[in-house]
Ligand binder design. Structure first.
Ligand code: FEO
Ligand code: CA
Ligand code: CA
Ligand code: CA
Length: 488
C-alpha cells in the first residue's frame, strides 16, 4: 500500500490502442448504454437535439443510479444534410435549427443494470434557441444590448459547469454565424446561462457579469473567504483566460438565492507574463473609463477590453477545471495552427497563497500533446475525486482523414492523466470514438461508477446522406448521442 501511494495513481483500466473503428471502443470489462440519440423522444414528446456536448448529472436523493442529466446541444454545421433537404424554405430551416440547439433535461435511471430514460418524467424539458430568458447583472437593460432585459434563446452551447446549488451553467461559444444568419442581435449571445433542471417552469438567466465572449466552460470553486470563483476560457485563436470573483460569500443555507452572487462581482483576465489577474472593471481599471461609458458596455465588449488592459493571448483556451486534490486550475490549450502549435498542451495555474480569489498566480506546463505523449488537441477536462485528469481530445475531423501530423492518433479519444506520482503528466488512452466524432462533456456519477459522455458530430464529413462516413450508433445514419459508460 505504501508503495502504491509513493508511485501515485495508475489507470483503473487496461489502456487501449488508437483505432479508426466506427464505434465507441473501450477497455476490457467496460460497456456503454446509449441513453438518448438525436431525434429521440426525451420522455415528454419533445426531441433530443443535435450535436450534444456538456453533460451534468444531478442526483435525485443523492443517488448514483437515478437523477437528472443536463445535455448541451451545440451546433448543426454539416449535420444539416440530415436535418432537412436543400429545397426546404429558409424560414423552416431556421426553425428546425433553432429547435435542435440549446439543451435537454433528461430524467435517467439505472434499471436491470442499464441506464434508461424515464418516460413521462415531470422534469423532461427542452431549452432551445427560442426559449425566453432574463439578462442579469451590469449589461441588463444597458444600451449596449439594445436596452433589453430579456432575450430569445440560447445556442452554441459548448461546455459549462455545475453550481454549488444544483443548477447548470451552460456556455454560449461560437454564436456569431448563426446569430447573423437568423437576424438576431449578436450582443444577446456569448454569455453564461444558468438553468434550474429541477424546476420545469424556471426561466433561464444569462449572467452578464461573467462577460461576453466565446465561452467554453465555467468551473466553479470557492475562495478562502468563501466567495465564488469561476474560471472560464475563450476558445478562439489568441484569446484569453478569465475568472470571476463574487463580491459576497457563498452561503449553503440560502440554496438558489446564491444565484445572486453571479450578478455582482469582478471579472478578471489573465496576464501570464506578469502573473496577474487584471480587473475588467470600469471603476478599478482607469483605461476602461476612457473607452466605455458603462460596465455593461465593458462586459459586452470583453475581448476588446481585455486586449486594452494587456491580457495574454493564448492558443485557444478550451476547458478549465479545478483539481479537487491540489486546488489548482488546469486549462487546456487545444492548438493554434497559425503558430504551428498542432498538438496543444495543458497548463496548471497556482494561485498566490493557494487562494482562488488571489490577484496573482504562477503557471506551468502540465502536459504536452504530440506523438510522444499519445494525445493531441486536448479539449474537455474532468477530474475524478483522486485528482486524476480525464481528457477528451478534439482533432478536427477534416484533418483526421488526411495523411498529416495527426495521422498516428486515429479517431478522437479520451485519456487518463495522473496529476502527481510516478505517472504525473503521462497519458493512457481510455476510449476511442466513432469516426469523425469528438467525445465531449464527460461527467461522473457521485460514486464514479458511471461516466457520461456526449458523442458529438460522428460522420461529420459526410457529403451524401445515403452514404454516411459513420453509421454510429444504430447502423443507419450517424446520430450524436449521450452515453453512459459502465465498468469502473
Ligand atoms: Fe465547442 Fe471550444 O469547443
Ligand atoms: Ca470544447
Ligand atoms: Ca474543440
Ligand atoms: Ca468539435
Amino acid at each position: 500500500e505504501t508503495l502504491i501511494q509513493k508511485s501515485g495513481p495508475t489507470p483503473p483500466f487496461h489502456p487501449i490502442q488508437p483505432t479508426d473503428k466506427d464505434d465507441l471502443v473501450l477497455p476490457r470489462g467496460f460497456t456503454y448504454d446509449v441513453i438518448a440519440a438525436w431525434g429521440d423522444d426525451i420522455g415528454n414528446g419533445e426531441k433530443f437535439g443535435y450535436n450534444c456536448d456538456l453533460t451534468v448529472y444531478f442526483p435525485i436523493n443523492r443517488s448514483s443510479s437515478h437523477g437528472l442529466l443536463w445535455v448541451n446541444h451545440e451546433y448543426i454545421g454539416s449535420g444539416s444534410i440530415f436535418l432537412y433537404d436543400a429545397s426546404t424554405p429558409e424560414a423552416k430551416k431556421f426553425e428546425i435549427e433553432q429547435y435542435n440547439l440549446g439543451g435537454s433535461i433528461l430524467e435517467i435511471k439505472m434499471e436491470k443494470g442499464k441506464w434508461q430514460l424515464v418516460k413521462n418524467s415531470r422534469y423532461a424539458r427542452r431549452i432551445t434557441a427560442n426559449t425566453m430568458m432574463d439578462l442579469t447583472g451590469p449589461a441588463r437593460g444597458d444600451a449596449a444590448v439594445g436596452s433589453v432585459t430579456e432575450v430569445k434563446g440560447t445556442f452554441a452551447n459548448c461546455s459549462g459547469g455545475r453550481t454549488l446549488w444544483d443548477t447548470v451553467l451552460t456556455c454560449e461559444e461560437n454564436f456569431e454565424e448563426d446569430a447573423k444568419r437568423w437576424g438576431r442581435n449578436t450582443t444577446h449571445y456569448g454569455w453564461v446561462v444558468e438553468v434550474d433542471p429541477f424546476n420545469p417552469q424556471s426561466k433561464p438567466k444569462k449572467h452578464t457579469a461573467l462577460g461576453r465572449f466565446s465561452h467554453e466552460n465555467a468551473a466553479m470553486t470557492l475562495s478562502k473567504n468563501k466567495r465564488l470563483v469561476i474560471y472560464m476560457g475563450d476558445d478562439s485563436n489568441d484569446q484569453y483566460f478569465y475568472k470571476y470573483v463574487s463580491d459576497e460569500a457563498y452561503r449553503p443555507e440560502l440554496g438558489h438565492q446564491n444565484s445572486k452572487l453571479l450578478e455582482k462581482g469582478t471579472l478578471y483576465v489573465a496576464n501570464l507574463e506578469k502573473g496577474e489577474w487584471l480587473p475588467l472593471d470600469i471603476n478599478k481599471s482607469p483605461q476602461l473609463k476612457e473607452k466605455y461609458k458603462t460596465q455593461g458596455e465593458v462586459l459586452v465588449n470583453c475581448r476588446d477590453a481585455a486586449k486594452l488592459l494587456g491580457a495574454t493571448p493564448m492558443d485557444r483556451p478550451e476547458d478549465v477545471e479545478v483539481n479537487p486534490v491540489d486546488g489548482h486550475a488546469y486549462l487546456a490549450l487545444t492548438n493554434n495552427t497559425k503558430h504551428g502549435n498542432f498538438y496543444g498542451q495543458i497548463l496548471r495555474f497556482k494561485e498566490k497563497n493557494n487562494d482562488p480569489a488571489s490577484e496573482r498566480f504562477e503557471f506551468e506546463v502540465f502536459a504536452v500533446g504530440g506523438p510522444q505523449s499519445g494525445f493531441a488537441c486536448p479539449d474537455n477536462l474532468l477530474f475524478d475525486r483522486k485528482g486524476n485528469l480525464w481528457v477528451c481530445c478534439d482533432i478536427s475531423s477534416n484533418k483526421l482523414n488526411q495523411d498529416n501530423v495527426y495521422k498516428s492518433f486515429k479517431n478522437n479519444g479520451i485519456f487518463f492523466i495522473p496529476t502527481y506520482g510516478k505517472h504525473e503528466g503521462e497519458a493512457f488512452q481510455f476510449a476511442s470514438g466513432p469516426r469523425e466524432c469528438e467525445m465531449t462533456g464527460p461527467w461522473f456519477t457521485p460514486d464514479e461508477k458511471t461516466l457520461f459522455i456526449a458523442v458529438q458530430h460522428p460522420g461529420e464529413e459526410t457529403t451524401d446522406p445515403k452514404n454516411p462516413t459513420s453509421r454510429w450508433p444504430h447502423g443507419d445514419i450517424p446520430r450524436p448521442a449521450v452515453v453512459a459508460i459502465r465498468g469502473f
